[in-house]
Design a protein around this ligand. Structure first.
Ligand SMILES: *Cc1c(COP(=O)(O)O)cnc(C)c1O
Length: 712
């Protein structure tokens, strides 16, 4: 199976795209050949901005365009971030605007035109354009079916073409030309948030929805071909002298579709930092163009640094990247020091963004018509069941499964909406809870069906069919007994499911057994349907099933561990087709620090004895919080002030001791990271699970109820 870290390619290509944007503004080939420079900067480099727009579409819009998501937070988050960036950029470039006299004598309409369409400096049009484009598409997603939206954005792009590269064709159509001339009072170019951005947003979002099995070689060839067509288109339009501007081409659309797919299929690790760095390169580069020109004039090196366009370009690129990296580092430091939770002793942070990204990524693996039914048993694998389920409700999730009836009751009391399926056994004395809290009970075999039926009140149920795991469920071959369940008057059968037990790999044996299970299940269901019994919703897959055998998905996938952004074992990530983001971090407070002198021991049994003088800290977290005791005595570590500190001595019920001799400035009240990132270091649930000889599922589901769960 392919290893496909889909987002890594996007992150890396963003840097390349930012460098192409610098090229557009510095014309690197101009001192050698004007035609070559035209082809490079006015045609080829025009892929850069659509690429940025498509990534926005890819991440932000599928939930609104395809899943009718009601949660406005991702949209608000995007708008807030873009507006903030735009405000910062406006302020940075205000001195340039003032110096160049651009703002002298401008009227109200000009302010409107500059702020909403043109940007206050030549490159800044992109920020208001992406904001406007996203808003336009969001509104369309609320009002129009997707197909109509596609029609509208294509139409807008065509209108845009005639205000851009194809403008000259309107010369003889005075009526239209005048309309455009009037429009150009409102915006200077049609390359803006209305005519240009929406189509690329839709393309990005649509690519996120299609399955990823593209033939790489063919895609590269298709991209090459489209690029050649675009170059021919650009050169022809240039020679015909019809271009008013040169941002929009017809062949740019296929070019971008193929390019984006190639970049997505690159096998690279995702690096969030690169995203921020590319943004700063884009924002800062005009400043560095001015800087390089200024220095060149001062030092009389104009010939080298200005007139040689390649050197000029290279220097601007190097400086822009350097400053962007410095800025990113400074900002990242600022973030680390932010106190997320002011007074807890130890707590769990739930990253909403990661959860949202996992939901959209996993949705791309679902065959059409299939939906996620998150497994939020065991307190949502330690994450906090009510907290998680409510976030999932906001992301459009309307079905859940839990292990026990009381877990179902907890969700209902917490205000969780949707269907809740109890996967496990419920005692007859608790049947009343099923009714009272609108829960759906699993019929674990035909005997249990009779007991439940005898309760005498209508109860919603789903049939569990045992296809080979031999745990819960009526044996698949006992069809008569399964039929008898349909005769239970008080059971309202809303679905039927089975559970796979060998879906963790695709080795020949496992694949064969899994296929047998799938076939058995569907054959029972089809026999039942033939006899006139309707089974309702069907489901077979859990996380590994979705990853390895998506073809078996029925109406639901009971997604558990993957939703939380991890798999059971780290090595399984190698064949995971989507990128998962861990949702949970664990933090603990430093209670106090103290000296430990040479020869002294610490903790129960004095299992650690200092060979030289050491400095230690006491963390307010212990095995009662779910930290495995097997991590004692150097088997585990934590992160503190961006450094690693080993666990020393035996972990206690409520406290853990760490060695901070090599970590500067640790003081009481500081926060240690037990699972999660800190600066550029990270400890994962895999690390803890591996060090204590188990899988992430066990580690996470045993996290203690004493830890507060907070959304971040
Ligand atoms: C726990 C559970 C799931 C979820 O499993 P993951 O491997 O965590 O995705 C699905 N179905 C059943 C029956 C379960 O018990």
């Amino acid at each position: 199976m392919e290893t496909n870290k889909r987002l890594g390619g996007l992150d890396h290509f963003k840097i390349l795209a930012a460098l192409l944007i610098i090229a557009i503004h510095t014309s690197p080939l101009s001192s050698f050949s004007n035609s070559a420079d035209f082809v490079f900067t006015r045609i080829i480099a025009r892929i850069a901005v659509p690429f940025f727009i498509m990534t926005t579409g890819y991440f932000l819009l599928p939930q609104y365009l395809f899943n009718n998501c009601k949660d406005m937070k991702p949209l608000y988050g995007f708008l807030k971030k873009s507006l903030l960036l735009y405000a910062i950029a406006i302020i940075i470039y205000l001195p340039v605007n003032l110096y160049s006299g651009q703002l002298n004598g401008i009227g109200f309409l000009d302010v409107f035109r500059i702020l909403i369409f043109d940007g206050t400096l030549y490159h800044l049009w992109y920020l208001p354009a992406s904001i406007l484009g996203v808003l336009v598409l969001f509104l369309m997603s609320r009002k129009l079916p997707f197909k109509v939206t596609v029609g509208v954005v294509i139409f807008l792009y065509i209108l845009g073409l005639f205000g851009d590269s194809y403008f000259g064709f309107l010369t003889n159509l005075h009526f239209f030309q005048e309309i455009y001339m009037d429009m150009f009072h409102v915006f200077s170019y049609t390359r803006n948030g209305i005519f240009y951005v929406p189509i690329f947003l839709v393309l990005g979002a649509a690519i996120q929805q299609v399955p990823q099995k593209t033939n790489r070689k063919l895609t590269v060839i298709a991209f090459g071909f489209s690029l050649i067509v675009m170059i021919a288109e650009g050169i022809t339009l240039h020679h015909l002298n019809v271009q008013r501007h040169d941002s929009m081409y017809i062949a740019l659309l296929p070019c971008m579709v193929f390019l984006f797919q190639i970049v997505l299929s690159a096998d690279m690790k995702s690096k969030k930092r690169l995203r921020t760095i590319s943004t700063w390169i884009y924002i800062l580069h005009p400043l560095l163009i001015i800087f390089v020109r200024g220095i060149a004039k001062l030092t009389h090196l104009e010939n080298l640094f200005i007139n040689n366009s390649i050197i000029h370009y290279t220097v601007v690129c190097v400086l822009s990247c350097t400053f962007a990296i410095i800025l990113e580092n400074l900002l990242a430091k600022g973030k680390v020091n932010k106190l997320p939770f002011p007074c807890g002793r130890a707590w769990i942070e739930i990253d909403k963004n990661s959860l949202r990204q996992n939901v959209s990524a996993l949705r791309t693996l679902l065959p059409s018509g299939s939906q996620l039914m998150p497994a939020i048993k065991a307190n949502a694998y330690g994450h906090g069941a009510v907290l998680l389920a409510k976030e999932l409700n906001k992301l459009g999730i309307t079905a859940f499964c839990v292990a026990t009836v009381l877990e179902g009751v907890e969700l209902r009391n917490g205000g969780v909406k949707g269907d809740i399926l109890i996967l496990g056994y419920t005692h007859p004395k608790q049947f009343s809870l099923l009714k009272k809290y609108h829960l759906t009970q699993t019929v674990i075999d035909s005997g249990y069906a009779k007991t439940l039926n005898a309760y005498g009140k209508k109860i919603k149920v789903q049939l569990k069919i045992d296809t080979g795991m031999h745990r819960m469920g009526e044996r698949a071959e006992r069809e008569e007994e399964i039929c008898s369940i349909f005769h239970c008057k008080n059971l309202i059968i809303t679905g039927a499911y089975t559970h796979l037990c060998c879906d963790e790999t695709t080795t020949a044996n496992d694949a064969e057994f899994t296929k047998k299970q799938g076939d058995k299940f569907y054959s029972v269901v089809s026999d039942l349907e033939k006899r006139g019994y309707s089974c309702g919703k069907l489901h077979l897959l859990a996380s590994y099933g979705l990853i390895n055998y998506p073809e078996f998905a029925g109406d639901y996938v009971r997604i558990g561990i993957a939703l939380y952004g991890v798999l059971s074992n780290k090595t399984d990530l190698n064949y995971c087709p989507v990128e998962l983001h861990p949702v949970l971090s664990i933090k603990a407070r430093v209670a106090l620090t103290k000296d430990l002198f040479e020869g002294e021991g610490v903790g129960y049994g004095l299992q650690y004895v200092a060979k030289q003088d050491r400095k230690i800290a006491v963390l307010t977290i212990g095995y009662a919080d779910g930290i495995p005791r097997t991590l004692s005595c150097g088997h585990g570590k934590v992160l503190i002030n961006q450094n690693e500190a080993p666990i020393i001595g035996r972990i206690c019920m409520d406290q853990t001791l760490i060695d901070i001799t090599d970590v500067p400035c640790v003081k009481p009240g500081d926060i240690a990271v037990v699972i999660g990132g800190c600066g550029n270091k990270e400890i994962t649930a895999y690390d803890l699970a591996e060090a204590s000889g188990t899988i992430t599922n066990e580690l996470l589901s045993r996290l203690g109820s004493r830890l507060n769960r907070v959304l971040v």
